[in-house]
Design a protein around this ligand. Structure first.
Ligand SMILES: *Cc1c(COP(=O)(O)O)cnc(C)c1O
Length: 388
Protein backbone atom coordinates (compact mmCIF):
# COMPACT_ATOMS: atom_id res chain seq x y z
CA UNK A 1 0.00 0.00 0.00
CA UNK A 2 1.36 3.40 -0.94
CA UNK A 3 0.56 6.13 1.51
CA UNK A 4 0.62 9.36 -0.44
CA UNK A 5 0.91 11.77 2.46
CA UNK A 6 1.29 15.51 2.48
CA UNK A 7 4.79 15.19 1.03
CA UNK A 8 3.69 13.21 -2.01
CA UNK A 9 3.50 14.67 -5.51
CA UNK A 10 0.64 17.04 -6.38
CA UNK A 11 -2.36 15.40 -8.06
CA UNK A 12 -2.20 15.04 -11.84
CA UNK A 13 -4.20 17.69 -13.72
CA UNK A 14 -7.03 16.46 -15.97
CA UNK A 15 -6.14 15.59 -19.57
CA UNK A 16 -2.35 15.83 -19.20
CA UNK A 17 -0.24 15.07 -22.27
CA UNK A 18 2.66 12.62 -22.27
CA UNK A 19 5.68 14.23 -23.93
CA UNK A 20 7.59 12.11 -26.39
CA UNK A 21 11.36 12.21 -26.19
CA UNK A 22 13.15 14.44 -28.69
CA UNK A 23 16.52 13.26 -29.93
CA UNK A 24 18.86 15.96 -31.27
CA UNK A 25 20.02 15.18 -34.82
CA UNK A 26 23.73 15.44 -35.51
CA UNK A 27 23.59 18.45 -37.85
CA UNK A 28 21.66 20.48 -35.28
CA UNK A 29 23.78 19.60 -32.27
CA UNK A 30 26.10 22.09 -30.59
CA UNK A 31 27.99 19.18 -29.09
CA UNK A 32 28.38 15.50 -29.83
CA UNK A 33 29.02 12.58 -27.47
CA UNK A 34 30.56 9.52 -29.06
CA UNK A 35 30.08 6.22 -27.24
CA UNK A 36 32.43 3.38 -28.14
CA UNK A 37 30.48 0.16 -27.57
CA UNK A 38 33.53 -1.96 -28.37
CA UNK A 39 35.42 -0.24 -25.55
CA UNK A 40 32.56 -1.07 -23.15
CA UNK A 41 32.72 -4.70 -24.23
CA UNK A 42 36.48 -4.79 -23.85
CA UNK A 43 36.14 -3.27 -20.36
CA UNK A 44 33.57 -5.94 -19.52
CA UNK A 45 36.02 -8.63 -20.61
CA UNK A 46 38.85 -7.08 -18.59
CA UNK A 47 36.65 -6.97 -15.48
CA UNK A 48 35.57 -10.56 -16.04
CA UNK A 49 39.22 -11.60 -16.32
CA UNK A 50 40.11 -9.58 -13.22
CA UNK A 51 37.24 -11.11 -11.25
CA UNK A 52 38.65 -14.59 -12.03
CA UNK A 53 36.00 -17.18 -11.23
CA UNK A 54 33.24 -14.76 -10.24
CA UNK A 55 30.18 -14.18 -12.39
CA UNK A 56 30.51 -10.66 -13.79
CA UNK A 57 27.25 -8.75 -13.90
CA UNK A 58 26.82 -5.22 -15.31
CA UNK A 59 25.26 -2.20 -13.62
CA UNK A 60 23.30 -0.24 -16.24
CA UNK A 61 21.27 2.03 -13.94
CA UNK A 62 20.68 5.69 -14.80
CA UNK A 63 20.48 4.89 -18.51
CA UNK A 64 23.82 3.06 -18.39
CA UNK A 65 25.44 5.98 -16.57
CA UNK A 66 24.05 8.40 -19.13
CA UNK A 67 25.31 6.54 -22.21
CA UNK A 68 22.03 4.94 -23.31
CA UNK A 69 20.92 1.62 -21.82
CA UNK A 70 19.14 0.72 -25.07
CA UNK A 71 22.50 0.53 -26.85
CA UNK A 72 24.80 -0.47 -24.01
CA UNK A 73 22.86 -3.37 -22.46
CA UNK A 74 22.39 -5.37 -25.70
CA UNK A 75 26.10 -4.89 -26.50
CA UNK A 76 27.01 -6.32 -23.08
CA UNK A 77 24.56 -9.18 -23.47
CA UNK A 78 26.10 -10.00 -26.85
CA UNK A 79 29.48 -10.12 -25.10
CA UNK A 80 28.14 -12.77 -22.73
CA UNK A 81 26.85 -10.77 -19.78
CA UNK A 82 23.82 -12.57 -18.34
CA UNK A 83 23.18 -10.66 -15.12
CA UNK A 84 22.21 -6.98 -14.97
CA UNK A 85 21.57 -4.51 -12.18
CA UNK A 86 19.52 -1.32 -12.37
CA UNK A 87 18.40 0.98 -9.56
CA UNK A 88 14.72 1.55 -10.30
CA UNK A 89 11.95 -0.89 -11.08
CA UNK A 90 11.04 1.37 -14.02
CA UNK A 91 14.55 0.88 -15.41
CA UNK A 92 14.11 -2.87 -14.96
CA UNK A 93 10.91 -2.81 -17.02
CA UNK A 94 12.70 -0.95 -19.83
CA UNK A 95 15.60 -3.38 -19.69
CA UNK A 96 13.27 -6.38 -19.75
CA UNK A 97 11.89 -5.14 -23.09
CA UNK A 98 15.43 -4.96 -24.46
CA UNK A 99 16.62 -8.28 -23.04
CA UNK A 100 13.80 -10.81 -22.64
CA UNK A 101 15.94 -13.61 -21.17
CA UNK A 102 18.44 -11.94 -18.90
CA UNK A 103 18.54 -11.81 -15.09
CA UNK A 104 17.64 -8.32 -13.81
CA UNK A 105 18.14 -7.17 -10.22
CA UNK A 106 16.64 -3.97 -8.78
CA UNK A 107 19.11 -2.29 -6.42
CA UNK A 108 16.70 0.22 -4.90
CA UNK A 109 14.66 -2.69 -3.59
CA UNK A 110 10.92 -3.23 -3.49
CA UNK A 111 9.18 0.04 -4.33
CA UNK A 112 6.04 0.48 -2.29
CA UNK A 113 2.92 0.21 -4.44
CA UNK A 114 4.81 -1.31 -7.38
CA UNK A 115 5.19 -4.86 -5.97
CA UNK A 116 3.22 -6.53 -8.77
CA UNK A 117 5.46 -5.06 -11.48
CA UNK A 118 8.41 -7.15 -10.28
CA UNK A 119 6.64 -10.45 -10.88
CA UNK A 120 5.04 -9.22 -14.11
CA UNK A 121 8.43 -8.40 -15.62
CA UNK A 122 10.52 -11.06 -13.85
CA UNK A 123 12.55 -8.49 -11.92
CA UNK A 124 14.46 -9.51 -8.81
CA UNK A 125 14.18 -7.03 -5.95
CA UNK A 126 17.19 -6.52 -3.70
CA UNK A 127 15.30 -6.61 -0.40
CA UNK A 128 16.93 -4.26 2.07
CA UNK A 129 14.71 -4.30 5.15
CA UNK A 130 12.29 -6.59 6.98
CA UNK A 131 9.50 -4.36 5.74
CA UNK A 132 10.50 -5.21 2.16
CA UNK A 133 10.94 -8.89 3.01
CA UNK A 134 7.42 -9.04 4.41
CA UNK A 135 5.91 -7.13 1.49
CA UNK A 136 7.65 -9.54 -0.92
CA UNK A 137 6.36 -12.56 0.98
CA UNK A 138 2.86 -11.09 0.82
CA UNK A 139 3.32 -10.52 -2.90
CA UNK A 140 4.57 -14.08 -3.53
CA UNK A 141 1.63 -15.84 -1.91
CA UNK A 142 2.26 -19.59 -2.04
CA UNK A 143 5.11 -19.59 -4.59
CA UNK A 144 8.45 -18.20 -3.43
CA UNK A 145 9.75 -15.76 -6.08
CA UNK A 146 13.37 -14.84 -6.74
CA UNK A 147 14.74 -12.06 -4.55
CA UNK A 148 18.05 -10.90 -3.08
CA UNK A 149 18.83 -10.04 0.53
CA UNK A 150 20.90 -6.93 1.13
CA UNK A 151 22.75 -6.77 4.42
CA UNK A 152 24.03 -3.43 5.64
CA UNK A 153 27.67 -3.68 6.73
CA UNK A 154 28.41 0.00 7.16
CA UNK A 155 27.03 2.01 4.24
CA UNK A 156 23.90 3.01 6.20
CA UNK A 157 21.89 3.41 3.02
CA UNK A 158 19.96 0.24 2.24
CA UNK A 159 20.23 -3.25 3.67
CA UNK A 160 19.07 -5.10 6.77
CA UNK A 161 20.69 -3.76 9.92
CA UNK A 162 22.00 -6.35 12.40
CA UNK A 163 18.82 -6.61 14.46
CA UNK A 164 16.63 -7.18 11.39
CA UNK A 165 19.09 -9.72 10.02
CA UNK A 166 19.02 -11.64 13.30
CA UNK A 167 15.24 -11.58 13.33
CA UNK A 168 15.07 -12.91 9.75
CA UNK A 169 17.76 -15.55 10.29
CA UNK A 170 15.88 -16.88 13.32
CA UNK A 171 12.60 -17.17 11.43
CA UNK A 172 12.47 -20.26 9.17
CA UNK A 173 8.81 -19.58 8.40
CA UNK A 174 9.77 -16.35 6.67
CA UNK A 175 12.87 -17.76 5.01
CA UNK A 176 11.04 -20.65 3.40
CA UNK A 177 8.79 -18.14 1.63
CA UNK A 178 11.82 -16.61 -0.14
CA UNK A 179 13.76 -17.84 -3.15
CA UNK A 180 17.04 -16.09 -2.31
CA UNK A 181 19.36 -15.62 -5.29
CA UNK A 182 22.00 -13.27 -3.92
CA UNK A 183 23.07 -12.29 -0.44
CA UNK A 184 24.73 -8.95 -0.94
CA UNK A 185 26.33 -5.94 0.68
CA UNK A 186 27.88 -2.73 -0.61
CA UNK A 187 31.29 -1.22 0.17
CA UNK A 188 31.31 2.42 1.20
CA UNK A 189 35.01 3.06 0.53
CA UNK A 190 36.22 0.54 -2.06
CA UNK A 191 37.79 3.38 -4.08
CA UNK A 192 39.48 4.99 -1.07
CA UNK A 193 43.15 4.27 -0.50
CA UNK A 194 44.46 3.53 2.99
CA UNK A 195 41.21 2.77 4.70
CA UNK A 196 40.29 -0.35 6.62
CA UNK A 197 36.57 0.17 6.16
CA UNK A 198 36.33 -2.42 3.37
CA UNK A 199 38.10 -5.00 5.54
CA UNK A 200 35.74 -4.26 8.43
CA UNK A 201 32.74 -4.52 6.12
CA UNK A 202 34.02 -7.84 4.79
CA UNK A 203 34.30 -9.22 8.32
CA UNK A 204 30.78 -8.06 9.10
CA UNK A 205 29.53 -9.62 5.87
CA UNK A 206 31.14 -12.97 6.65
CA UNK A 207 29.49 -13.06 10.06
CA UNK A 208 26.13 -12.22 8.48
CA UNK A 209 26.61 -14.78 5.76
CA UNK A 210 26.84 -17.55 8.36
CA UNK A 211 23.35 -16.60 9.43
CA UNK A 212 22.03 -16.53 5.85
CA UNK A 213 23.91 -19.29 4.02
CA UNK A 214 21.56 -19.50 0.98
CA UNK A 215 22.11 -18.24 -2.57
CA UNK A 216 25.26 -16.67 -3.98
CA UNK A 217 27.28 -13.86 -2.45
CA UNK A 218 27.49 -10.51 -4.21
CA UNK A 219 29.82 -7.79 -2.99
CA UNK A 220 32.10 -5.87 -5.29
CA UNK A 221 31.36 -2.79 -7.36
CA UNK A 222 34.03 -1.71 -9.87
CA UNK A 223 36.58 -0.67 -7.25
CA UNK A 224 35.80 -3.70 -5.07
CA UNK A 225 36.90 -6.08 -7.83
CA UNK A 226 40.44 -4.71 -7.49
CA UNK A 227 40.58 -5.09 -3.69
CA UNK A 228 41.29 -8.82 -4.03
CA UNK A 229 39.50 -12.13 -4.40
CA UNK A 230 37.92 -12.20 -0.94
CA UNK A 231 36.20 -8.87 -1.60
CA UNK A 232 34.40 -10.03 -4.71
CA UNK A 233 31.90 -12.69 -3.73
CA UNK A 234 30.41 -15.16 -6.22
CA UNK A 235 28.94 -12.38 -8.37
CA UNK A 236 30.50 -8.94 -8.95
CA UNK A 237 28.54 -5.88 -10.07
CA UNK A 238 30.72 -3.23 -11.72
CA UNK A 239 29.30 -0.05 -13.20
CA UNK A 240 31.67 2.87 -13.71
CA UNK A 241 34.67 0.81 -14.86
CA UNK A 242 32.62 -0.55 -17.77
CA UNK A 243 32.23 3.04 -18.90
CA UNK A 244 35.96 3.74 -18.81
CA UNK A 245 36.58 5.53 -15.52
CA UNK A 246 39.39 4.46 -13.22
CA UNK A 247 38.24 1.97 -10.54
CA UNK A 248 41.65 2.26 -8.84
CA UNK A 249 42.14 6.04 -8.49
CA UNK A 250 45.54 5.64 -6.79
CA UNK A 251 47.08 3.93 -9.80
CA UNK A 252 46.93 3.99 -13.58
CA UNK A 253 43.56 3.40 -15.21
CA UNK A 254 43.35 -0.17 -16.54
CA UNK A 255 40.10 0.56 -18.44
CA UNK A 256 39.67 1.66 -22.04
CA UNK A 257 38.14 5.14 -22.49
CA UNK A 258 34.56 4.95 -23.76
CA UNK A 259 33.33 8.45 -24.53
CA UNK A 260 34.41 11.60 -26.26
CA UNK A 261 32.66 14.95 -26.04
CA UNK A 262 33.22 17.51 -28.79
CA UNK A 263 31.60 20.92 -28.65
CA UNK A 264 31.29 23.52 -31.35
CA UNK A 265 32.78 27.01 -31.30
CA UNK A 266 30.03 29.61 -31.71
CA UNK A 267 32.11 32.82 -31.67
CA UNK A 268 35.70 33.96 -31.24
CA UNK A 269 36.63 37.41 -29.92
CA UNK A 270 39.76 39.38 -29.05
CA UNK A 271 39.83 40.99 -25.64
CA UNK A 272 42.02 43.56 -23.94
CA UNK A 273 43.71 43.26 -20.52
CA UNK A 274 41.41 44.24 -17.66
CA UNK A 275 38.20 43.02 -19.31
CA UNK A 276 36.27 40.34 -17.42
CA UNK A 277 34.65 37.16 -18.69
CA UNK A 278 31.19 35.74 -17.92
CA UNK A 279 28.74 36.14 -15.03
CA UNK A 280 29.99 37.68 -11.85
CA UNK A 281 33.17 38.90 -13.57
CA UNK A 282 35.21 36.30 -11.68
CA UNK A 283 37.96 36.20 -14.29
CA UNK A 284 39.85 39.30 -15.42
CA UNK A 285 41.97 38.93 -18.53
CA UNK A 286 45.60 39.89 -17.78
CA UNK A 287 47.02 40.04 -21.31
CA UNK A 288 45.65 40.57 -24.82
CA UNK A 289 43.68 37.37 -25.37
CA UNK A 290 41.45 35.46 -27.71
CA UNK A 291 38.32 33.85 -26.32
CA UNK A 292 36.10 31.20 -27.91
CA UNK A 293 32.49 30.78 -26.84
CA UNK A 294 31.58 27.08 -26.98
CA UNK A 295 28.18 25.35 -27.07
CA UNK A 296 28.04 23.42 -23.85
CA UNK A 297 27.02 24.52 -20.38
CA UNK A 298 25.78 23.29 -17.05
CA UNK A 299 22.39 22.43 -18.55
CA UNK A 300 24.30 19.86 -20.61
CA UNK A 301 26.08 18.46 -17.58
CA UNK A 302 29.22 20.53 -17.96
CA UNK A 303 29.06 21.30 -14.26
CA UNK A 304 29.10 24.87 -12.98
CA UNK A 305 31.87 23.80 -10.62
CA UNK A 306 34.12 23.67 -13.72
CA UNK A 307 34.06 27.48 -13.72
CA UNK A 308 37.69 28.68 -13.99
CA UNK A 309 38.93 25.06 -13.52
CA UNK A 310 37.73 23.09 -16.56
CA UNK A 311 39.70 22.84 -19.77
CA UNK A 312 39.43 21.49 -23.28
CA UNK A 313 41.91 20.81 -26.06
CA UNK A 314 42.23 22.11 -29.61
CA UNK A 315 44.87 20.42 -31.78
CA UNK A 316 46.48 19.02 -28.64
CA UNK A 317 46.80 22.44 -26.98
CA UNK A 318 45.10 23.01 -23.65
CA UNK A 319 42.39 25.68 -23.65
CA UNK A 320 41.20 26.61 -20.13
CA UNK A 321 37.66 27.63 -19.16
CA UNK A 322 37.62 31.34 -18.30
CA UNK A 323 35.12 32.55 -15.73
CA UNK A 324 31.81 30.92 -14.91
CA UNK A 325 30.25 28.08 -16.82
CA UNK A 326 26.87 29.36 -18.01
CA UNK A 327 23.71 27.37 -18.69
CA UNK A 328 24.36 26.80 -22.39
CA UNK A 329 27.93 27.95 -23.04
CA UNK A 330 31.48 28.19 -21.77
CA UNK A 331 34.27 30.57 -22.73
CA UNK A 332 37.72 29.14 -23.42
CA UNK A 333 41.06 30.88 -23.62
CA UNK A 334 42.22 30.13 -27.18
CA UNK A 335 45.02 32.72 -27.27
CA UNK A 336 47.53 29.99 -28.14
CA UNK A 337 45.48 28.58 -31.01
CA UNK A 338 46.07 29.63 -34.61
CA UNK A 339 43.21 31.56 -36.30
CA UNK A 340 42.53 28.75 -38.74
CA UNK A 341 42.12 26.20 -35.92
CA UNK A 342 39.45 28.05 -33.97
CA UNK A 343 36.73 29.53 -36.07
CA UNK A 344 32.98 29.30 -35.52
CA UNK A 345 31.84 25.82 -36.48
CA UNK A 346 35.12 24.18 -35.48
CA UNK A 347 35.28 21.75 -32.59
CA UNK A 348 36.86 21.57 -29.15
CA UNK A 349 37.65 18.35 -27.29
CA UNK A 350 36.02 18.52 -23.86
CA UNK A 351 36.42 14.78 -23.20
CA UNK A 352 38.75 12.63 -25.29
CA UNK A 353 42.33 11.52 -25.60
CA UNK A 354 43.75 14.61 -23.84
CA UNK A 355 41.16 15.09 -21.12
CA UNK A 356 39.42 12.05 -19.63
CA UNK A 357 36.16 11.84 -17.71
CA UNK A 358 38.26 11.40 -14.57
CA UNK A 359 40.19 14.59 -15.42
CA UNK A 360 36.93 16.52 -15.80
CA UNK A 361 35.71 15.04 -12.51
CA UNK A 362 38.92 16.09 -10.74
CA UNK A 363 38.64 19.63 -12.13
CA UNK A 364 35.02 19.77 -10.94
CA UNK A 365 35.81 18.32 -7.52
CA UNK A 366 33.60 15.28 -8.08
CA UNK A 367 33.76 11.70 -9.34
CA UNK A 368 33.40 10.24 -12.82
CA UNK A 369 29.99 8.81 -11.89
CA UNK A 370 28.55 12.32 -11.57
CA UNK A 371 30.12 13.59 -14.80
CA UNK A 372 28.80 10.59 -16.75
CA UNK A 373 25.28 10.64 -15.35
CA UNK A 374 24.99 14.40 -15.93
CA UNK A 375 25.59 14.10 -19.70
CA UNK A 376 22.85 16.21 -21.16
CA UNK A 377 19.90 15.48 -23.41
CA UNK A 378 20.88 18.22 -25.87
CA UNK A 379 23.97 16.40 -27.02
CA UNK A 380 23.76 14.28 -30.12
CA UNK A 381 24.88 10.74 -29.27
CA UNK A 382 26.88 8.84 -31.80
CA UNK A 383 27.53 5.13 -31.25
CA UNK A 384 30.50 3.34 -32.71
CA UNK A 385 31.37 -0.36 -32.52
CA UNK A 386 29.02 -3.00 -31.19
CA UNK A 387 27.21 -5.18 -33.66
CA UNK A 388 26.04 -2.34 -35.92
C1 LIG B 1 25.88 1.92 -8.45
C2 LIG B 1 26.14 0.72 -7.66
C3 LIG B 1 27.12 -0.20 -8.08
C4 LIG B 1 28.10 0.11 -9.19
O1 LIG B 1 29.13 0.89 -8.64
P1 LIG B 1 30.37 1.42 -9.52
O2 LIG B 1 31.18 2.24 -8.59
O3 LIG B 1 29.76 2.25 -10.61
O4 LIG B 1 31.05 0.23 -10.05
C5 LIG B 1 27.24 -1.39 -7.39
N1 LIG B 1 26.44 -1.66 -6.32
C6 LIG B 1 25.51 -0.80 -5.87
C7 LIG B 1 24.70 -1.15 -4.70
C8 LIG B 1 25.34 0.43 -6.51
O5 LIG B 1 24.46 1.31 -6.03
Amino acid sequence: MVIKGIDGPPPLPQGFAVMTEYVVPEHLAGAIVTVDLDAIVSNYQLLRDSAKGAITAAVVKADAYGLGMARVAPALAAAGCEVFFVAHVSEGIQLRELLPDTEIHILNGLLSGAEAAYGDHRLIPVLGSLNEVDRWIAQCGDTPLACDIHIDTGMLRLGLPADELNELAADPARLQCLDVQLVMSHFASADVENTNQSARQLMAFRASREKLPMGRTNLANSAGIFLGAEYRGDVVRPGIALYGCNPTPWTENPMRPVITLSAQILQVRHVAPGETVSYGATHAVDKPSKIATVATGYADGYLRSLSDTGYGFISGIRVPVLGRVTMDMIMLDVSEIAEDKCRPGMWVELIGSHVTVDDVAAAAGTIGHEIMTSIGARYHRRYIGGEN
